[in-house]
Design a protein around this ligand. Structure first.
Ligand code: 5AD
Ligand code: SF4
Length: 443
């Protein structure tokens, strides 16, 4: 039977790269069902929101969007709306959400995304459907591969998380760690490269524990080494590295590679040992610092980014000062800073000494002002030096200019011919802002 070719789907992703990758999977499934992608909500036949529940602020934003879509559906009763991902997967969330938003046609959890076409068929027939598996039951390789034909692709190397940091909902909504087989990952990347991809980001909640279940031993460093051999690929990135599992072998592999970008996203979360212990992070500030020193010893040009939470239950002024102290000691090129958000079902949500919103706000402001100065100083240091840039395309804010990234993931804007898109060029930095750099092509 002919699929209805005229149907349009708008997909919105909230949260991390994993959520974006899942949203891409959903879009690919709808394409197989005859939909074409669009960003025009007003003329959509299907809207998919892939959700995040890592902080309450993300959830509030999504709930606002779901409310907006109700009005859209009143204007266009044929519109189908699907809500998927982490927020739906939280224990007890589905019933609450269904009550709150009866206008939604499809609810799907994180573990049954691959089965989305079946839900879509039912919704197209007018049914309201919800499916949230408690456990991942599908084989890992049944997920559609990353979208072909793009310069940059995100590739899942593993799913889930075993760490149970006490603040974090992720292990509760994404299940235990499962690693994809190296040959499947390498095949996917090889196929992507044949379709024009030049940069891949290997995704996992904790890539450093990739392959723990494999025998004979094959770990993340081995995977990086093998992905580095794929011809015509120009760059390899990876996120996220848990500091407790960052091995010397991994740092040395990055140093010995050709395409492996020397950028580590190494979330510290707090600079206080007392708080790190309560967070169940399984390292001390001293251990973290020793890992940073090791990175700098082997890779003096490496760039580091981090995540930090302020206002974790029980965080005193002294604990917070210790976080500020660490921020001043380590030269992060960028830090993602968050106020602690209580997530029901996690251990920290039950802790008694919760911090008031006022204190959290004040601490976040102080932390951000320290880091903004440091980030700017980091970029100003780059002025006058030359960096290898992978050219991504025209700048969004100024289409006359091109934009690309350094190996350290800094955005650089410069003038150049459009033929450069997709290749590596050397750019000498001339100006630095807190977020972007400006430069000239080195002749
Ligand atoms: N509150 C605030 N920030 C959180 N993160 C994870 N859970 C919470 C929470 N409950 C932050 C951590 C993590 C990043 C992805 O989100 O810093 O590294
Ligand atoms: Fe990503 Fe975690 Fe948010 Fe899920 S809850 S989308 S894993 S950040």
């Amino acid at each position: 039977m002919d699929k209805d070719k005229g149907k349009k789907v708008v997909t919105l992703a909230y949260g991390c790269q994993m959520s974006e990758r899942d949203a891409e999977t959903l879009t690919q499934i709808t394409r197989q069902e005859g939909y074409t992608s669009s960003d025009d909500l007003l003329n959509a036949d299907l809207v998919i929101i892939n959700t995040c529940c890592v902080r309450e602020s993300a959830e509030n934003k999504i709930l606002g969007k779901i409310g907006e879509l109700k009005k859209l559906k009143e204007k266009n009763p044929n519109l189908k709306i699907a809500i998927s991902g982490c927020m739906v997967q939280q224990p007890g969330a589905l019933e609450r959400l269904q009550k709150r938003a009866p206008h939604i046609d499809i609810w799907a959890g994180t573990h049954n995304l691959h089965d989305f076409s079946a839900l879509l068929h039912q919704a197209e027939q007018g049914a309201k459907v919800a499916e949230v598996w408690q456990e991942p039951k599908m084989p890992l390789e049944s997920t559609p591969q990353a979208e072909k034909g793009k310069l940059q692709a995100n590739v899942n190397i593993m799913y889930g998380c075993n760490n149970f940091c006490s603040y974090c909902i992720v292990p509760h909504v994404r299940g235990r760690e499962r690693s994809r087989k190296p040959e499947e990952i390498i095949q996917e990347i090889t196929d992507l490269v044949s379709s024009g991809c030049r940069e891949v980001t290997l995704l996992g909640q904790n890539v450093n524990s990739y392959g723990k279940e494999f025998s004979p031993v094959y770990d993340f460093a081995d995977l990086l080494h093998d992905v580095d051999q794929i011809p015509n690929l120009l760059r390899i990135r990876f996120i996220t590295s848990h500091p407790k599992d960052l091995s010397d072998k991994l740092i040395e592999t990055v140093a010995g590679g050709n395409k492996l970008c020397e950028h580590f996203h190494l979330p510290i979360q707090s600079g206080s040992n007392f708080i790190l212990e309560r967070m169940n992070r399984k390292y001390t500030r001293e251990y973290y610092l020793s890992r940073v020193n090791k990175i700098h010893e082997i890779l003096p040009k490496a760039s580091l980014t981090t995540d930090i939470i302020v206002g974790f239950p029980g965080e005193s002024e002294i604990d917070f000062e210790q976080t500020l102290e660490i921020m001043n000691m380590i030269h992060y090129s960028h830090a993602f800073t968050f106020m602690y958000s209580k997530r029901s079902g996690t251990l920290a949500a039950e802790m008694e000494d919760q911090i008031s919103l006022d204190v959290k706000k004040r601490r976040l402001q102080r932390l951000m002002s320290v880091q903004n100065v440091k980030s700017l100083a980091w970029r100003e240091e780059m002025i006058g030096k030359t960096y290898e840039i992978l050219v991504e395309g025209p700048s969004r804010t100024n289409p006359e200019r091109l934009v690309g990234r350094t190996r350290g993931n800094e955005l650089v804007v410069f003038k150049g011919p459009s033929e450069f898109v997709g290749s590596l060029v050397n750019i000498r930095i001339t100006e630095a802002g807190t977020w972007t750099l400006v430069g000239n092509i080195e002749e």
